[in-house]
Design a binder for this molecule. Structure first.
Ligand SMILES: C[S@@+](CC[C@H](N)C(=O)[O-])C[C@H]1O[C@@H](n2cnc3c(N)ncnc32)[C@H](O)[C@@H]1O
Length: 374
C-alpha cells in the first residue's frame, strides 16, 4: 500500500503539525479576524519530482523556488497542493512526475489486490490532469513477466492502451532512494516539457530548449539588453529569451538560409516577432558596441561544422563579438569544443571568462561560459 506518513514526507491526505494544511481548522473557531489563507492550500497536496538534465539541477531548483505553494523542497522532490498546470509551465526541466511510494520489497508486490487498486487510482488521477491517451512502463526489466502482468492490469484498470514504445503516460518504477519500498513516478504531461510546442522545425544540432532557458537565466535577464544571437540555427535561444520577457532589441543571424527558414517557422509557431537574417556573424557590418548581451551556440564540429573550420572560426568569433559588445556587455558561449575554446581563451587578452555549467544532453557534454570585457 502507499507508504503512510513519515516525518520527512507528509502524506497527501493527512495533515501534519509542521506542514499545516488548510483542511485543518485554523484558530479557535471564532468567526472574526481569521487570517486570509490562500484557498489552494486547502487542496490536497501531492508529491512531485522534477527531472532536469544533469548540470541544470540548480537552475531547476531556483525555478521551483518561485512556484507559489511548493513546499518541503528536497532537491528535485517537493510537495504541492496547487494546480499541476502551473508545474507544466516550468522551463528548465525535461519533465515533472507525480511520485508515490509503496511498501513493497519488489514490483511484484504492486500486483496485490489492494496495491493494484491504489496504484490504479493514483495513475487515474494523473491521467485526469494530463489527458494521456496511452501509457508505457519505464523500468529495468520491463520485459519481465511481472511488468507484463502489471501492464495488462493497468490497461484494464486505466482503460488506456499500453504502448511500450510511445505511451504518453510514462510510468517509472524504481527502488525507493532512502527506504525499502518502491517509488512509482508518473509523468504529468503526455510529452516531455523540453519538447516545446513552438518547435515545428527541428535542425541537426538544435539546442535543447531547457539549456537555452538556463543560459539566459545565468547570463542575466535584463529588459534594457540589446541581444544578439549569432549562429541562431533553429532559433531556440531567441525564442526562449523572447518568452521570458521583454528586451530592448533582439536579432539573430545564421549563415545557412535553411537554418534561417527553420527559425522563422519556429518563431511564427511561437507567435512572436523576432528578426532573423541570413548573414555571416563575423561580417554583419553592424557598428561597434551594438549589443549588451550576445549569446552564441557555436558549431560543435560534429553535427554542424568541422573541427578544422572551428580552429579558425572560434578566435575570429571572439574577436568580432568583442567589437560588437558594449563596454559592460556580456558574451555567453555554448560549445562542445571545450579544449579548443579554452585554448583560444588562453591565447587572448580581451575577454575575462567564467565557466557557468556543463550539461549532459543527447550524448554530449557542452559547457557554457560567460565572458566580460577586460
Ligand atoms: C550549433 S548550431 C546552432 C543551433 C541553435 N542554437 C539551435 O538551437 O538550433 C550552429 C549554427 O551556426 C551556424 N554558423 C556557422 N558559422 C556561421 C557564421 N560564420 N555566421 C553565422 N552562422 C554560422 C550554422 O549554420 C549553425 O546553424
Amino acid at each position: 500500500m502507499p507508504r503512510p506518513a513519515r516525518p520527512a514526507r507528509p502524506p497527501a491526505d493527512r495533515p501534519r503539525a509542521d506542514h499545516p494544511r488548510a483542511d485543518r481548522p485554523h484558530g479557535t473557531g471564532r468567526k472574526t479576524s481569521r487570517p486570509k489563507v490562500d484557498h489552494r492550500t486547502r487542496q490536497k497536496a501531492h508529491e512531485y519530482e522534477l527531472d532536469a538534465l544533469s548540470g541544470l539541477e540548480r537552475v531547476a531548483e531556483t525555478e521551483l523556488a518561485a512556484v507559489p505553494l511548493a513546499r518541503d523542497i528536497r532537491g528535485p522532490r517537493f510537495w504541492y497542493p496547487g494546480d499541476p498546470d502551473r508545474l507544466t509551465r516550468m522551463k528548465s526541466v525535461i519533465a515533472v512526475y507525480r511520485i508515490q511510494t509503496w511498501d513493497v520489497p519488489r514490483p511484484r508486490g504492486l500486483l496485490g489486490n489492494q496495491q493494484l487498486s491504489e496504484l490504479t487510482e493514483y495513475l487515474r488521477s494523473v491521467v485526469q490532469v494530463g489527458h494521456h491517451a496511452s501509457f508505457r512502463i519505464g523500468a529495468a526489466g520491463r520485459e519481465s513477466s511481472v511488468m507484463q502482468r502489471l501492464a495488462e492490469e493497468l490497461e484494464q484498470g486505466l482503460n488506456l492502451p499500453h504502448d511500450p514504445e510511445n505511451g504518453e503516460l510514462l510510468i517509472r518504477l524504481r527502488p525507493e532512494l532512502d527506504g525499502p519500498g518502491w517509488d512509482v513516478l508518473a509523468r504529468i504531461t503526455p510529452r516531455p516539457l523540453s519538447a516545446r510546442a513552438w518547435r515545428v522545425c527541428n535542425m541537426h544540432g538544435g539546442l535543447n530548449a531547457t539549456i537555452a532557458y538556463a543560459v539566459h537565466k545565468l547570463a542575466g535577464q535584463r529588459e534594457e539588453d540589446r541581444i544578439f544571437n549569432p549562429m541562431s540555427g533553429s532559433g531556440t535561444l531567441l525564442i526562449e529569451r523572447e518568452l521570458m520577457g521583454p528586451s530592448a532589441a533582439m536579432v539573430g543571424v545564421d549563415i545557412d538560409q535553411r537554418a534561417v527558414d527553420c527559425a522563422k517557422s519556429n518563431i511564427h509557431a511561437a507567435k512572436r516577432d523576432i528578426e532573423v537574417a541570413c548573414i555571416d556573424a563575423l561580417h554583419t557590418g553592424l557598428p561597434a558596441r551594438s549589443f549588451d548581451l550576445i549569446v552564441g551556440d557555436l558549431p560543435w564540429g560534429d553535427a554542424i561544422g568541422t573541427h578544422v573550420d572551428n580552429e579558425a572560426l572560434y578566435p575570429a568569433f571572439l574577436s568580432e563579438m568583442h567589437r560588437l559588445t558594449s563596454k559592460q556587455g556580456r558574451l555567453a558561449v555554448i560549445t562542445h569544443e571545450i579544449r579548443l575554446f579554452e585554448r583560444v581563451l588562453q591565447n587572448q587578452q580581451k575577454w575575462h571568462a567564467q565557466e557557468l555549467l556543463q550539461v549532459a544532453s543527447g550524448g554530449h557534454h557542452p559547457k557554457v561560459y560567460l565572458l566580460h570585457k577586460r
